[in-house]
Ligand binder design. Structure first.
Ligand SMILES: Nc1ncnc2c1ncn2[C@@H]1O[C@H](COP(=O)(O)OP(=O)(O)OP(=O)(O)O)[C@@H](O)[C@H]1O
Length: 364
């Protein structure tokens, strides 16, 4: 499959993209299109193919099948063997390990892409200082990278990636080496910088909160495929599959079966709610955190036992298992600290339950 550049005005697009290592498929048919000035996050568990997809866009790998276009120009096409190397793609790249040259000053690192492009010295100095200024480091131009903190080194790498004003900037888990607090601050800063420079960006991460904070579009990947490509709001409101909902930690996934006039947790006698007419199949549902109010155990509530609990800023997020349906694990947010083994009663707002389209078939 090949993109027709004459019909694509996307900043980046991929069509039918596959990558195999020997007989092993790592990417199995990726189609995407990203508009000018937009940020796409590639989100997914380790090994799902995020970095491989980024490297195909960068030109660090060539596709086994399919094509990639940047700004309407084909840069790789397996069918015709067309391939532009990274230096011809007008990209900036930021990696997890910063990849700064230790023997050069901060200014030398940042100006290097301009030197490679033959930009005059005076112009280089001006543009380097401007890029360092954008990331708040103009006072550090004469220092060595080793004299800087991890967060400052990553800002230098970002300055180096933007100095030549690339048409596209690629981030490969750029914040994962930083501690949590710094990472949370830098996500916001990075989002502002990307927006203020009007950059088109692709951002690889396995952290769902980073992806949802930064990106206009999020591609949730699994097993070499894009499971869902949507805006952050759409993903949270309408995860396409239980796997997407689970990866985004939107709540607990449960399998239900219709018994008499009730929806019952599968392999249990615990009823969740009365069944509407119409739906007759077994179903998988998401019970979002926000749908559950925890309290004391009472007859009108589902009884559960706390498995584990973690403080998360706005309360204690606990994983609980239902008494009588131990295999069902749900997440609840409690203002009070919950300890493993505590009993808790759950009031569930049925209107917030999300039903997935594909029914589960019972084993024969
Ligand atoms: N050079 C290679 N040879 C063979 N298999 C490879 C090679 N590089 C990557 N793979 C395999 O391709 C799959 C996807 O790797 P990739 O690095 O793209 O995943 P990822 O989603 O970025 O994971 P992570 O978050 O751990 O970096 C993995 O199963 C990996 O083992």
């Amino acid at each position: 499959m090949t993109i027709d550049p004459s019909t694509s005005n996307a900043a980046v697009s991929a069509a039918g993209l596959e990558l195999h290592y020997g007989a092993t498929p790592v990417l199995r048919g990726i189609d995407l299109s990203l508009g000018q000035g937009k940020t796409l996050a590639l989100l997914g568990p380790s090994g799902c193919g995020k970095t491989t997809l980024l490297r195909l866009v960068a030109g660090l790998l060539a596709p086994s099948k399919g094509s990639v276009a940047i700004a309407g120009q084909i840069v790789a096409d397996a069918a015709t063997n067309a391939f532009s190397p990274p230096e011809k793609r007008n990209l900036g790249m930021v990696f997890q390990d910063y990849a700064l040259w230790p023997h050069m000053t901060v200014g030398g690192n940042v100006s290097f892409p301009l030197e490679m492009r033959g930009v005059s010295r005076a112009d280089r100095e001006r543009r380097t200082l401007h890029a360092l200024d954008r990331v708040g480091l103009s006072a550090y131009a004469g220092r060595r990278p080793s004299d800087l903190s991890g967060g400052q080194q990553q800002r230098v790498a970002i300055a180096r990636a933007i100095v030549a004003e690339p048409q596209l900037i690629l981030f490969d888990e750029p914040l994962s080496n930083l501690d949590r607090e710094l990472r949370e601050n830098m996500v916001g800063e990075l989002a502002e910088l990307i927006a203020s420079l009007g950059l088109t960006a692709i951002y690889v991460t396995h952290d769902h909160s980073e992806a949802l904070t930064l990106a206009d579009q999020v591609a949730v990947m699994r097993g070499g495929l894009i499971e869902q490509l949507a805006t952050p709001d759409e993903l949270v409101a309408q995860p396409a599959t239980p796997e997407v909902a689970d990866f985004l930690r939107l709540g607990g996934i449960a399998e239900l079966e219709r018994r008499d006039a009730c929806w019952v947790f599968r392999n249990s006698d615990i009823a969740l709610m009365r069944a509407d007419e119409g739906r007759t199949d077994n179903s998988r549902v998401l019970i979002p955190v926000a749908a559950i109010t925890p309290g004391d155990i009472q007859p009108d509530r589902l009884a559960a036992t706390v498995l584990r609990s973690q403080f998360r800023g706005d309360g204690h997020l606990a994983t609980v298992s239902l008494i009588g349906a131990d295999h069902v694990e749900l997440q609840v947010l409690s203002r009070h600290k919950l300890k493993p083994g505590d009993g808790v009663g759950l009031l569930i707002d049925h209107d917030q339950i999300r039903w997935f389209a594909h029914p589960v078939h019972s084993p024969q």
